[in-house]
Design a protein around this ligand. Structure first.
Ligand SMILES: Cc1ncc(C[n+]2csc(CCOP(=O)(O)OP(=O)(O)O)c2C)c(N)n1
Ligand code: SF4
Length: 281
């Protein structure tokens, strides 16, 4: 099956989304694509839906996680992957992130964190740095950024990682690990938006890999410590850890609710699909 679609790509040349889609295509090379489904939010990141020939759902802004949870309960045999924006996940739909992580539902959430509402041309999100100047904040953002790694850990996510969209081989590795994790996998992907928020030079200079530091990702306290190492501001002494902060095996919500493992879509419902389709022609 060809993974590309007929859709014309309209991302700005150089956008970090290109790195994310390339890494994802590599990461799913050994996946059963019939059992893989994607959900996207609304925004520049949402175009992943247009450019990947996979089954899925283009959800409402702020609701891709909720939609993915519904899909997973509807058909537990599917591997469900969410591509969401930081506006989607850390502003509009933040409660969905917290509850999905807390119930350890077996879905994979990849957040394209460009620290800006990009499609609507550059308003600050929860993760924009203090002082960020955008259309809605010409004098600079006043408050401090939210730390999504810390939030995901506090919410109970069993896989928490950070990656950089321009480091495609490392991002591929993180995506593969997330796809193979049983439980709620969360990856905050630092995604330069070259039009409205581009800290790529800073990230290149200040980031390092947790894998190279022998970080123990089974140690919750160590994960929290690493999460607090960078606060999403761009201070000259910042150190930005990339990699897996935390990864443990735990019962998923569907392990705890045995009847939820029923594959509902396979139950005979006596639905006459042809009759329904006729109504639309
Ligand atoms: C419920 C709802 N609120 C607001 C909008 C308007 N809207 C569309 S895209 C967008 C910005 C998306 O930003 P983000 O989720 O960070 O994704 P990005 O464009 O940066 O990839 C907004 C606010 C909408 N479509 N629906
Ligand atoms: S506006 Fe930003 S996020 Fe959207 S396509 Fe352009 S560079 Fe990418």
């Amino acid at each position: 099956m060809k993974i590309e679609t007929y859709a014309k790509n309209t991302w700005c040349p150089g956008c970090g989304n290109f790195g994310i889609i390339s890494a994802f295509k590599k990461a799913i090379e050994n996946e059963d694509l019939e059992k893989l489904t994607i959900v996207t939010g609304i925004g520049c990141h949402g175009k992943m839906f247009d450019y990947l020939n996979l089954s899925g759902f283009y959800a409402l802004h702020g609701r891709p996680i909720a939609t993915a949870v519904g899909i997973k309960f509807g058909n537990p045999e599917l591997k469900v992957v969410v591509f969401a924006g930081d506006g989607d996940t850390y502003n509009e739909g933040i409660s969905h992130l917290i509850h999905a992580a807390n119930s350890n539902i077996d879905i994979k959430v990849f957040v394209h964190n460009n620290q800006v509402f990009a499609l609507t041309v550059g308003q600050p999100t929860s993760t924009s740095e203090k002082g960020f100047i955008g259309k809605l904040k010409p004098l600079g953002k006043v408050g401090y950024p939210l730390n999504p790694i810390f939030l995901a850990l506090a919410s109970g996510a069993t896989f928490v990682a950070r990656a950089f969209a321009y480091d495609i081989s490392h991002l591929t590795f993180i995506m593969e690990e997330a796809l193979n994790h049983k439980g709620f996998a969360f990856v905050d992907i630092l995604q330069p938006c070259i039009s409205f928020h581009d800290p790529s030079q800073f990230i290149r200079k200040h980031s390092y890999k947790l894998e190279e530091e022998n970080h123990d990702f089974t140690n919750f306290k160590a994960a929290i410590e690493k999460a607090l190492e960078w606060n999403y501001n761009y201070n000259p002494n910042s150190k930005i850890p990339l990699g897996i902060f935390y990864k443990v095996e735990k019962e998923t919500i569907q392990d705890l609710i045995p009847h939820s493992k029923q594959v509902w879509h396979k139950i005979q419902r006596n639905v006459k699909l042809e009759e329904i389709i006729k109504e639309f022609y």
